[in-house]
Design a protein around this ligand. Structure first.
Ligand SMILES: [Zn+2]
Length: 298
């Protein structure tokens, strides 16, 4: 009998299959930008996120990517420039259409009047955690859609349609989120790191006391004692902690003050049930913070 050679089958699959439309290859630095790039790109783009930027497969992706989506504002300054240099990919060079910097168009908070890196502050270009405000996510989505249209004009209608869908959902959810947090206007919350000024401003909260004495400087006993006494004096009952921060430190402060420790993340997938994307992450954040503020008061 005539057995079809397996090699022939593989050959047929590779060469005879209907040619898929070439996708725009996009690399995002972090999952917040990656999730929005995937929403806008839809079926026309293939988005990889550099969750572990030093891994080889990711590096290979940078070599052949059509676009890189970065936060800018020095968020990735410690590692991205070197990776991009090594990738020798002219499509990702500064000023190229494929270099998509999400902080463009965002008004950054906390831009220092004078630059003083000697104090170890890692927010030297202003606070880079701007994605915690859904209105900033909207600006970023518009920016990504324009950049994709420039890179791949024939799919622009599709990118614009995806943007419309994402923005409509974001607007309707934002109204819902404002309602959920409205009863807590003006309340104070402690955070491990100064990740939340944009979130706080949007929802009328005060997240202005931190376990870190300065952004990026680990907590010290003297500073923590100060935080504890301010929490007691000002009746602050909630501490936000992110997955890569030292939860034990937050728990110790909570034990001294009777506060609740809330696990949050600034990136989709950083905490459970937020893997789907940006809107799921914001949903989780708003509801976790509201629940803790309601419980903390009791
Ligand atoms: Zn920071």
């Amino acid at each position: 009998m005539n057995k079809v050679s397996p090699f022939l089958i593989v050959y047929a699959l590779i060469f005879l299959a209907p040619a898929a439309q070439a996708k725009v290859e996009v690399v995002a630095t972090t999952p917040d930008f990656g999730s929005i790039a995937a929403e806008i790109g839809g079926s026309r783009a293939s988005v990889t996120t550099l969750a572990k930027p030093t891994e080889d497969p990711h590096f290979v992706r940078l070599n052949r990517a059509d676009a890189v989506v970065e936060g800018g504002a020095e968020l990735e300054i410690g590692w991205l420039p070197a990776l991009l240099d090594q990738s020798r990919n002219p499509r990702l060079a500064p000023g190229a259409a494929g270099r998509i910097s999400c902080s463009q168009g965002i008004s950054l908070l906390q831009i220092p009047a004078t630059l003083d890196r000697s104090r170890g502050d890692i927010h030297a270009a202003g606070n880079p955690h701007f994605m915690t405000d859904p209105q900033n996510a909207k600006i970023v989505a518009e920016h990504i859609a324009s950049a994709f249209c420039q890179l791949d004009p024939k799919s622009c209608d599709s990118y614009r349609a995806n943007l419309g869908k994402f923005t409509a959902e974001l607007e309707s959810k934002s109204a819902e989120w404002e309602k959920v947090l409205a009863p807590f206007k003006g309340q104070r919350i402690v955070a491990y790191h100064d990740t939340w000024p944009y979130f706080a401003r949007r929802f009328g909260l005060n997240i202005d006391l931190f376990l870190e004495p300065r952004p990026g400087i680990p907590p010290t006993p003297v500073h923590l004692a100060e935080v504890v006494s301010r929490m007691k004096a000002d009746h602050i009952h909630v501490i936000l902690v992110e997955p890569y921060q030292n939860r034990k430190t937050a728990e110790a402060v909570a034990a001294d003050t009777g506060a609740i420790v809330v696990d949050v993340a600034q990136f989709p997938g950083g905490v459970k049930a937020t893997e789907k994307g940006y809107i799921e992450l914001m949903d989780f954040l708003v509801n976790s913070v509201a629940k803790a503020l309601a419980e903390g008061k009791k």
